[in-house]
Design a protein around this ligand. Structure first.
Ligand SMILES: *Cc1c(COP(=O)(O)O)cnc(C)c1O
Length: 392
């Protein structure tokens, strides 16, 4: 038998059949606690009635017409999203990479309009911005880039959480026009920068006339205990990208902008056939309204703090645990050795987790998780970590 799917993923030996809340059931009827949410996507968990109702109602009414016509649901969701984000305008795409492509194109067009012919965007080491050519070029991970050269030009790489390095990199480069950065690095290993990092980046961008472009594809939509991670810092970006949690599983991305940046695109400068269609925008609005009305962002903050505290208490004396860090329900446990094997062991124990940056266990549970479920997650996971470090 030939294999129909291109080999882009090493898949775990399990196939899921249905879900409800934080739980998934495989094709053999076995139940799993989902502490990954489809990689920070299903914030409302699985089979949430608000998502199902929005999806079914809209599918029965109208799915797609294209952006050649007015799209009422796009306008409604756009108004809600920009108001919540304190941004002026939004462009809807279909994924995180596409949202970042829009941000990169916006920064370049903005620069060209001001007479900068070869604009450059500052990006960070260990960053992840997607798999398209421009976004993999912006990504700070050689594994993502290898084999796809020549890379897209116009990115200048700096260490993360290091303002001095940015000043040095910018010293002889008058063509820098923007910074594209994650408020907390996700794929890079749940790296949480210093508390004042975003505040100082904002100051630096203001002083230098650069756009502050935040990639909130993973951190956004309540994940860190605020609707957007930049809200912890009390600043406002010029551009922000979203995807993952925005549609709870329907493919939708967004690039939001404020001030002059919001006026850069004009008819013909960017577009998408599917982007912002009635179906995904209706679901996106249901997701956002449900998160807000259900106080689920506060729940993410409370349960996230409990998760961090519980993990720290249970692993305090465990040699081999380097650091436990995170914000809200975006948590990383860094070990002193590669720990990819833990993913399979967790699966055997009925728990879905992820390992990123080789040594960091990544937890991104649904924002609806409750205290008892956090306790079950901590008990199962810390048992697995103790076993792994004991016999590794
Ligand atoms: C996942 C991710 C992306 C890419 O999103 P896709 O929807 O897979 O294209 C971009 N940036 C960050 C920070 C991400 O976590």
């Amino acid at each position: 038998m030939s294999e129909p799917l291109m080999a882009t993923y090493n898949r775990l030996p399990v196939t899921f059949d249905r879900g409800e809340g934080v739980w998934l059931w495989d094709t053999n009827g076995r139940r799993y606690l989902d502490a990954l949410s489809g990689i920070a996507v299903c914030g409302l968990g699985h089979a949430h009635p608000a998502v199902r109702e929005a999806l079914c109602e809209q599918a029965a009414r109208l799915i797609h017409t294209s952006n050649l016509y007015g799209v009422a649901e796009q306008e409604r969701f756009g108004a809600l999203l920009t108001a919540q984000a304190g941004m002026d305008r939004v462009f809807f795409a279909n994924s995180g990479a596409e949202a970042n492509e829009a941000a990169i194109k916006l920064a370049r067009l903005h620069a060209h309009r001001r007479g900068i012919e070869a604009p450059a965007i500052l990006v960070a080491e260990h960053s992840f911005h997607g798999r398209t050519l421009a976004t993999l070029s912006a990504t700070g991970n050689r594994k993502v880039q290898a084999g796809f050269e020549p890379l897209v030009q116009g990115f200048v790489r700096v260490p993360y959480d290091d303002l001095d390095a940015i000043e040095t990199a910018a010293a002889n480069r008058p063509n820098i026009v923007a910074i594209l950065i994650e408020p907390i690095q996700g794929e890079g290993g749940i790296r949480v920068p210093s508390d004042d990092y975003l505040i100082r980046l904002r100051e630096l961008c203001d002083r230098s006339g650069w756009l502050l472009m935040l990639d909130e594809v993973q951190t956004g939509i309540g994940r860190t205990g605020r609707l957007f991670a930049f809200q912890h810092a009390g600043i406002q970006p010029d551009v922000m990208t979203l995807a993952k949690g925005l549609g709870n599983g329907v493919p939708i991305g967004a690039c939001l902008a404020r001030g002059a940046a919001a006026e850069v695109f004009t008819p013909g400068s960017h577009g998408s056939t599917f982007g912002g269609n009635p179906l995904v925008c209706r679901v996106g609005r249901a997701v956002l309204e449900t998160l807000i009305e259900g106080n689920l962002i506060a729940n993410a903050e409370v349960q996230g703090a409990y998760l961090l505290d519980s993990l720290r208490a249970a692993l305090a004396k465990t040699r081999g645990v380097v650091e436990i860090r995170g914000r809200g329900l975006m948590v990383g446990i860094e070990l002193d050795r590669p720990c990819g094997a833990l993913v399979g062991r967790a699966l055997d124990a009925g728990l879905l987790i992820n390992v990123t940056a080789e040594r960091v266990i990544r937890l991104l549970p649904p924002l609806i998780i409750d205290r008892a479920q956090v306790e079950e997650l901590v008990a199962t996971l810390t048992g697995l970590i103790h076993g792994f470090l004991g016999d590794a």
